[in-house]
Design a protein around this ligand. Structure first.
Ligand code: NAI
Ligand code: UGA
Length: 381
């Protein structure tokens, strides 16, 4: 792409990196632009302006960012980029200076985004470091979920209370099948590689990646423990996209789950509001359903692989009645274990006890005196 710009440009250009790239890519870009330049009147400047958009909310994230990062080498580039972002930077609270297609009746009041002007290397690093940190946070929550299962704690309660500390924050602590998509997995890999090349041992990130890879194995083991034998079982799948509000299945945990289950001889039905076409191209053996509850027909298990809110609102009584065995394995901790139990399901998720443990009466010996309000321990006869 840089060669193409270099050979085709007949006037001076500011070339802005928007993609997530390893630090020092800007330097390579500058070299390529100068080596392949054909028109000597064309001068090239390079800047880095990484995107922090999320799939599914990209337009909103672009128009209402938390921060705008400009990696520049000269004042002209900074001026040009500031001018481009002026409507967003100057938008006063609640009164945007541009037509916002997301909030048609007016944008909610929000803090003005912070503009960070820095070097190209720092801007490139900011983006990779941010995505890698998000991945670390998810893997950390997933390890806590595993620990919760062992010690009988509830991951939802643990991360809720952790997140109340503003130094930690509540986001990206949802445990389950782990992170997928086109960005977090590839960015973590690229960041580890960049660190290695630079002589920095970022083992912590490699571990976050390894933790993430194990999520699908753990999920399959949960299913196997419940079903014993997976071969010839009919399994319904709810959710294929790597997260809700997108049709993207790139590096989605669902792909690993489907591959494993097909490999073990299960019969699969699946539903996703957006991602079925893409999945059928990869796995024509999976029967796709038009309605979510159709995956449950005669199923031995139903699996939740994407956090689509629609799945929370399903008529789970009807789902139960349709299933051959009412077993749910929820890879996104979307449903409430106690409610599912009440509805007659065998329900498994990550890091949550099936029933909330009732507070145990404290034996009087531990209180130091007998009290009529405290139940006495029964002695075996
Ligand atoms: N998808 C997202 O929400 C966000 C993506 N990004 C970053 O933006 C970049 C693009 O992401 P997406 O648009 O999702 O990817 P994409 O896969 O949808 O688009 C990439 C495009 O680049 C083209 N391409 C790939 N290699 C090429 C090459 N050597 N020469 C010319 N064209 C080439 C592909 O044909 C494709 O059209 C990535 O670096 C990603 O990390 C950053 C923030 C958000
Ligand atoms: O560089 C990018 O392209 C973008 O990558 C991510 O955005 P995105 O890939 O759209 O998806 P996320 O919302 O970050 O979710 C990633 C994965 O993590 C999972 N996740 C997320 C949050 C959580 O608590 N737990 C969890 O498992 C999601 O299910 C999903 O599979 C970042 O959030 C964006 O800031 C960044 O701009």
């Amino acid at each position: 792409m840089a060669r193409l710009i270099a050979t085709e440009a007949h006037s001076s250009k500011l070339v802005v990196e928007k993609s997530t790239v390893p630090a020092q890519t800007g330097q390579q870009l500058k070299r390529v632009l100068s080596v392949y330049r054909r028109d000597p009147s064309a001068e090239f400047r390079v800047a880095s302006n990484p995107e922090f958009l999320r799939e599914g909310t990209a337009v909103e994230d672009f128009l209402h960012p938390d921060r705008i990062v400009l990696g520049v080498e000269d004042k002209d580039s900074e001026r040009q980029l500031r001018e481009i972002y002026r409507p967003i930077l100057e938008a006063p609270r609640g009164k945007t200076k541009f037509h916002c297609p997301v909030h048609l009746s007016g944008c909610p009041p929000a803090k003005s985004p912070e503009l960070v002007v820095t070097t190209i290397n720092s801007a490139e690093l900011i983006k990779h470091a941010s995505n890698s940190f998000l991945a670390l946070k998810i893997s950390y929550a997933n390890m806590i979920a595993d620990l919760c299962e062992k010690v009988g704690a509830d991951i939802k309660e643990v991360v809720h209370a952790m997140g109340l500390d503003p130094r930690i924050g509540p986001q990206f602590l949802n445990a389950g099948l782990g992170f997928g998509g086109f960005c977090l997995p590839k960015d973590v890999q690229a960041f580890v590689r960049l660190a290695e090349r630079s002589g920095v041992n970022f083992g912590m990130l490699r571990e976050a990646e390894a933790v993430n890879k194990r999520r699908v194995d753990l999920f399959i083991e949960k299913l196997r423990q419940a079903l014993w034998v997976i071969k010839d079982k009919r399994v319904g799948i709810l959710g294929l996209a790597f997260k809700a509000n997108t049709d993207d299945i790139r590096f989605a945990p669902s792909l690993g789950v489907i591959e494993r289950l097909l490999g073990e001889g299960a019969h699969l039905r699946a539903y996703d509001q957006e991602a079925m076409d893409k999945t059928s191209a990869l796995f024509p053996q999976v029967e796709l359903c038009r309605e979510p509850d159709h995956v449950a027909r005669d199923a031995d298990a139903v699996l939740i692989l994407t956090e689509w809110p629609e799945f929370r609102r399903l008529d789970w009584k009807r789902v139960n009645a349709a299933m051959s065995r009412p077993l749910i394995v929820d890879g996104r901790n979307l449903l409430d274990p106690a409610t599912m139990k009440e509805l007659g399901f065998e329900y498994h998720s990550f890091g949550r006890p099936l029933e909330k443990p009732q507070p145990q009466p404290i034996p009087s010996v531990m209180l130091g005196a007998s009290s009529s309000a405290v139940e006495q321990p029964r002695l075996a006869t």
